[in-house]
Design a protein. Structure first.
Length: 94
């Protein structure tokens, strides 16, 4: 089953693109079928309402979306990126 990951940053341009590509590559290597959807932080709820399995964001989610939320700041800084990718893969396992 294909998993859906919402990838969110401030403008849904640079950071979310880098994060989405890294998530897609890591999932492919781990044998996890994934679809990423990029959005602005303010759009997260609308994307969650469409159906998703995980949120990776560089901003704060100020409500309980009912699915796991992982801080993706490491995609911006590079610090701890491998750890964040491992968390994402673990969250997406069936």
């Amino acid at each position: 089953m294909t998993k859906t990951v919402i990838v969110s940053c401030g403008t849904a341009i640079a950071t979310s693109t880098v994060a989405a590509k890294a998530i897609e590559e890591a999932c492919k290597a781990a044998g996890i079928s994934v679809k990423t959807k990029q959005c602005k932080a303010a759009e997260i709820k609308a994307y969650v309402d469409q159906g998703a399995d995980l949120i990776v964001t560089t901003s704060q989610v100020r409500y309980d979306p009912g699915i796991p939320v992982i801080n993706g700041l490491a995609f911006l800084t590079g610090i701890g990126k491998d750890k964040v990718i491992a968390e994402i893969l673990e969250a997406l396992k069936d």
